[in-house]
Design a protein. Structure first.
Length: 340
């Protein structure tokens, strides 16, 4: 994009220089009225009544509230009037159990029926003479603005951003038509990117299905017969019990210990910090793999499996794995691992 003709210091270190005709003011000066916390409701009041904007409804890729997916809560006419949501209202997550949960913004683009918002949310009603609400939502969710807000939060049992702190956030305000143009541009570009992501995810899903299909076809030809695994191995053993292997036996840079998490995409991915001292390796000698043995995860994510490579390293079976000793006169170890 072309630069503007002139720039000026913003007075805010993390903003730097800004276009000369843009205003720099706090969020409170871009509001129409006071900010307001939402209403508190008990669990038995949910499931009926008015649509409710909740914390989870603000975490949308579009930075806009999806009014068609809101849950409902029973409200009095007075509550509906006091906590009413209008088109263009901006909402802020003011408290969360996690630091990354606060300072998220979203705008109510449309309101189809009387709607309210809950107590962990602050409603900010933008001054429509000065601001485009969607532009504000994009701006306040930008990393530099959100990080500034998060840095001023406080944590006790929950992480909270004080309303005054939130409203003191520096705002860059171009001319109103320019704000709308920026918001429209971002709508188009983010929608295009979201479409590409969706298409890539669909392609990844199809490729995974194709991968599974290829493996199934390769290892299950019509002329073969199914047979128990024991016919193709000389033996199966379980890794050491917990009483034989303790966390204080682990050292850095010793003999590799293989647990299920160290089997990734059919290969061993040992962790140098999860290895055995010389003493522990000697005591657990019966659990040392030979090249061509197969290690299988027996807990957690089932199906993790790999052939032990002939690379000169020492590998030992962890408590969460099985040791398979293929009968090489009947089966190729890598083929057996693929079947498993």
């Amino acid at each position: 994009m072309k630069p503007y003709a002139t720039y000026k210091p913003s007075g805010v270190p993390w903003l730097g220089d800004v276009p000369g005709h843009w205003d720099v003011l706090s969020l409170r000066h871009a509001m129409d009225g006071l900010a307001m916390n939402g209403l508190f409701k008990k669990s038995e009041e949910f499931g009926r009544g008015a649509p409710l904007v909740n914390v989870s409804d603000l975490f949308q890729e579009s930075f806009a509230v999806d009014v068609d997916s809101l849950e409902r809560v029973a409200c009095t006419p007075e509550e509906i009037e006091k906590y009413a949501v209008q088109e263009g209202d901006l909402f802020l997550v003011r408290s969360s159990l996690k630091l990354e949960g606060i300072a998220q913004f979203a705008v109510a683009r449309v309101v189809k029926e009387p709607t309210v918002f809950e107590c962990h949310i602050v409603r900010i009603r933008p001054d429509l003479v000065l601001t485009c609400p969607l532009f504000l939502s994009y701006y306040l969710n930008a990393p530099f603005a959100r990080q500034s807000l998060v840095s001023r939060s406080k944590t006790t049992t929950m992480t909270t951003i004080d309303q005054n702190e939130a409203l003191s956030t520096p705002m860059l305000l171009p001319l109103l038509d320019e704000q709308r143009a920026i918001a429209d541009y971002l709508d188009v570009e983010t929608a295009r990117i979201d479409t590409l992501i969706h298409e890539k995810e669909e392609l990844i899903g199809l490729l995974r299905e194709a991968r599974t299909s290829v493996i199934d076809r390769a290892v299950q030809p019509h002329q073969t017969k199914a047979a128990p695994l024991k016919r193709y191995v000389k033996g199966i053993a379980t890794g050491p019990f917990g009483s034989a292997l303790h966390a204080d036996d682990y050292v850095s840079g010793g003999a590799f210990l293989i647990n299920p998490t160290h089997i990734v995409h059919g290969k061993l991915a040992p962790d140098a910090d999860v290895s055995l001292s010389d003493e522990a390796a000697t005591a657990l000698g019966v659990y040392r793999f030979k090249a061509g043995d197969i290690v299988v995860g027996r807990r957690g994510e089932m199906g993790r499996c790999a052939v032990v490579p002939d690379d000169g390293e020492a590998y030992y079976c962890g408590t969460g794995c099985l040791m398979l000793f293929p009968d090489s006169s009947k089966v190729v170890p890598s083929y057996l691992a693929m079947v498993i």
